[in-house]
Design a protein around this ligand. Structure first.
Ligand SMILES: [Zn+2]
Ligand SMILES: [Zn+2]
Length: 377
């Protein structure tokens, strides 16, 4: 079976698809799991999402195990027998591996005779753009499954291979991005005083927003504001421009800190634009809710790791990356954990990353143990 899962992982790797376009990936998963006789497969949940259900009894909890379908707009640099055949697209977040793990539960679930409960294997679209989990939660088809608990893992390069990384309270940061678009008035470059240029406002905003950083990770009000893009005017040397914009990505530990930060940013933009007589448009997007670790669920994760003799690494604070599993945390009792992908492995989203196949078995064992502990009498 393990060989078959490795083949599945490499096949998924070879045929990556971007967020919201995971049609063939979903079909591949569908044909793999349908060979292992689930009670039901529900398709097109929040896009290309799938729910593969094993119903043992109407009584008892419903446990969902979630993974992601999408790849990234990154050109693969590795020379692999199963190298991506799609130009400019590749699995650089290891979602191919997560899918192999979750699909790998299918043959095992078929063999089980639990006296209670149900298991739902969830294959989520569009994780990388922070949309898929949100769209699935909004979908009636998911709500009708009556999920009680949901678990997920993410492979973590740089951490000891096969180690289980956990943290209390939450797994990943609250992340949101924004664009601040400024509009003044164009004038001849010889007479900038006759127009309203956004130049000074842009520099004032950069200075003001940099003061909102709270870089200490141990601080509950941790906040990192990263400017990612800026644009003003054109390469036209006779014109003093009217338009300028700057984009940020912002992360905090909690939703509360984020809400406060957003209103402070809004306030700063208002002050600067008033002073500089500019119109502005502030827009927020790519929101990843912090993935919460329910204490009961997180305890199960640690028990499952110890029962399998995997090393448990407890981290004092969440990962700084965004993970849209947080939208499920708002609807269900959830826990997410890291699976060490090995020290010295390239970072997630780097051109040379490739999910280590050895991790498939570790992931499968973790979820089998968690499910058994919830559904066994
Ligand atoms: Zn990613
Ligand atoms: Zn990922």
């Amino acid at each position: 079976m393990l060989d078959e899962l490795i083949r599945l992982r490499q096949e998924l790797h070879q045929h990556p698809e971007l967020s919201h376009k995971e049609t063939l990936t979903a079909q591949r998963i569908y044909s793999f799991v349908s060979a292992h006789q689930p009670s039901e497969i529900i398709t097109k949940i929040g896009g290309e999402g799938l729910a593969v259900c094993y119903n043992y009894s109407e009584v008892g909890p419903t446990v969902a195990i979630r993974c992601e379908l999408d790849a990234l707009p990154i050109e693969e640099e590795n020379q692999l027998a199963y190298q991506s055949v799609v130009k400019g697209v590749s699995h650089k977040c290891g979602h191919d591996g997560h899918m192999a793990i979750v699909a790998g539960l299918s043959p095992w679930l078929r063999e089980q005779n639990f006296n209670k409960g149900k298991v739902v294997l969830l294959f989520q679209p569009a994780e990388e753009i922070g949309k898929g989990a949100y769209d699935m939660v909004q979908d009636e088809k998911l709500a009708s499954l009556g999920i009680d608990y949901m678990f997920a893992l993410h492979n973590i390069p740089g951490e000891k291979k096969h180690s289980i990384i956990t943290m209390d309270e939450r797994f990943s940061a609250e992340v949101i991005s924004c664009s601040i678009k400024l509009e003044g008035q164009e004038s001849h470059a010889a007479e900038p005083e006759k127009g309203i240029s956004p130049a000074a406002a842009l520099s004032m905003l950069i200075a003001a927003l940099s003061k909102l950083n709270v870089p200490q990770t141990q601080n509950n009000n941790y906040a990192v504001l990263t400017p990612v893009y800026m644009h003003m005017g054109e390469q036209a040397y006779g014109i003093s421009p009217a338009l300028g914009e700057i984009h940020y990505t912002i992360r905090t530990w909690s939703a509360e800190t984020m809400a406060e930060l957003r209103s402070r940013i809004q306030h700063q933009v208002e002050i600067v634009c008033k002073e500089e007589r500019l119109r502005f448009k502030l827009e927020w997007f790519e929101h990843f809710a912090a993935a919460q670790n329910n204490s009961f669920c997180n305890k199960l994760v640690k028990q499952a790791a110890r029962a399998n003799d995997f090393d448990v690494i407890e981290k004092p604070h969440p990962f700084k990356f965004g993970e849209d599993f947080g939208w499920f945390s708002k609807a269900y009792k959830t826990a997410m954990f890291g699976l060490g992908a090995g020290r010295g492995t390239p970072a997630l989203h780097s051109r040379t990353y490739d999910f280590p196949d050895e991790l498939i078995e570790t992931g499968v064992k973790m979820f089998e143990e968690i499910i058994t502990r919830l559904l066994e009498d």
